[in-house]
Design a protein around this ligand. Structure first.
Ligand code: UDP
Ligand code: MG
Length: 348
């Protein structure tokens, strides 16, 4: 019995793999205002890629339960130079689930993940593809070039997050990496084989290994509306990432417990010393209350941390589907695109 997974049948030779094409996965939640414009840019991109590498392109729009006209607009987008799939989820399941739905439906070899709000410039994709086809990289991920325009508190929080998540990890998750990334066919296949339901895409895409390269970029301004990720959301995602990727919080808990016990021991010694040497009886009350409160608080915190992990185990155990698809449509590229127009080799 083999307990690992072998994806070596998908050779690392990018030039021959390119014949299977590229699936661009775009999660969209209330992006009605920007999606048509993004699509025009993707058509341009598909033309360029076909000219330069003979690469056939498909775009998979995953409508994550939008309440605006995103789905209606996506359905009507023209399949010029690229195939279009529109996958509509039965409600808002969140970006991680949307990415997974896209990954499950992508029918080409390589995959590229890109936000639906225009912040991930299609023009940059040419560079990512070049790293894959010309330089033979398997995972080409982008990272924010800098965070100068973000508040100090947020930058500190981000740094703390990465220190914690990478603590003792064999495969470090690169700092500032975003969800905008390209995966070669074998990396895509590897990502598909990860069984967990609680997804932290950035972490998983880095965890799988293979040859990875970082590309720095400057995210564009959102075309319309504002980010759906509020500080509260981000904290939630961080807890998700931390608990699915490291036991650092648990380790921290043990460490803190050890420190507290040590402090208590020393304190006890000092009291003993005082009683023996100076013959003073222990005044007591404040130190006892402070001690009790500290220990009580720390214990509650640690129970909370353990609870996070137990909750995660519970949700994996329940094994509910990660998303439900309410509607799925496929449009083949217009005749303008000759090479690789026969799709059919579905990876399902
Ligand atoms: N998104 C999604 N489901 C959600 C929230 C967001 O599919 O529940 C999509 C959204 O449409 C966008 C991408 O995820 O394409 C990133 O979202 P956003 O721009 O709000 O986040 P940020 O750019 O701040 O990371
Ligand atoms: Mg955005």
């Amino acid at each position: 019995m083999m307990l690992g997974a072998d994806v070596s049948n998908l050779t690392g030779d990018a030039k021959s793999e390119a014949a299977r094409g590229l699936s661009i996965i775009v999660p969209a939640y209330n992006e009605a205002k920007g999606i048509a414009h993004l699509h025009e840019r993707l058509i341009e991109l598909a033309r360029t890629l076909r000219q330069r590498y003979g690469l056939a392109t498909e775009v998979v729009y995953v409508d994550d339960g939008s309440v605006d006209a995103t789905l209606q607009i996506a359905r009507r987008l023209p399949a010029t130079a690229l195939d279009i799939q529109v996958v509509s989820l039965s409600r808002n399941f969140g970006k991680e689930a949307a990415l997974m739905a896209g990954l499950d439906h992508a029918r080409r070899g390589a995959t590229l993940f890109m936000d639906g709000d225009g912040q991930h410039a299609p023009e940059l994709v040419e560079r990512l593809v070049a790293h894959w086809i010309e330089d033979g990289y398997d995972v080409v991920y982008t990272a924010k070039a800098h965070r100068d325009n973000e508040p100090l508190l947020r930058r500190l929080a981000v740094q703390g997050f990465y220190v914690l998540i990478n603590w003792g990890a064999r495969k470090k998750i690169p700092e500032d990496a975003g969800d905008f990334r390209l995966l070669s066919p074998r990396a895509t296949q590897a990502l598909r084989q990860l069984p967990e339901r609680n997804r932290f895409f950035k972490g998983l895409a880095s965890w799988i290994g293979f040859r990875q390269i970082r590309v720095d970029y400057e995210p564009e301004a959102r075309v319309h509306g504002s980010s759906t990720f509020s500080p509260g959301h981000l904290i939630g995602l961080s807890i998700e990432g931390l608990t699915s990727f490291s036991v650092a919080p648990l380790r921290l808990a043990s460490l803190l417990g050890l420190l507290l016990a040590l402090a208590a021991f020393l304190f006890g010694l000092s009291i003993l010393w005082e009683t023996v040497v100076s013959g003073q009886s222990v005044p007591g009350y404040p130190s006892i209350v402070v001690g009790l409160m500290t220990i009580g608080g720390v214990q509650l915190l640690m129970i909370g941390i353990v609870g996070e992990y137990i909750g995660k185990i519970l949700s994996e155990l329940k094994a509910r589907p990660v998303y439900f698809i309410a509607e799925h449509s496929v449009k083949a590229a217009d005749t303008e695109s000759e090479p690789g127009a026969s799709v059919g080799n579905a990876a399902e």
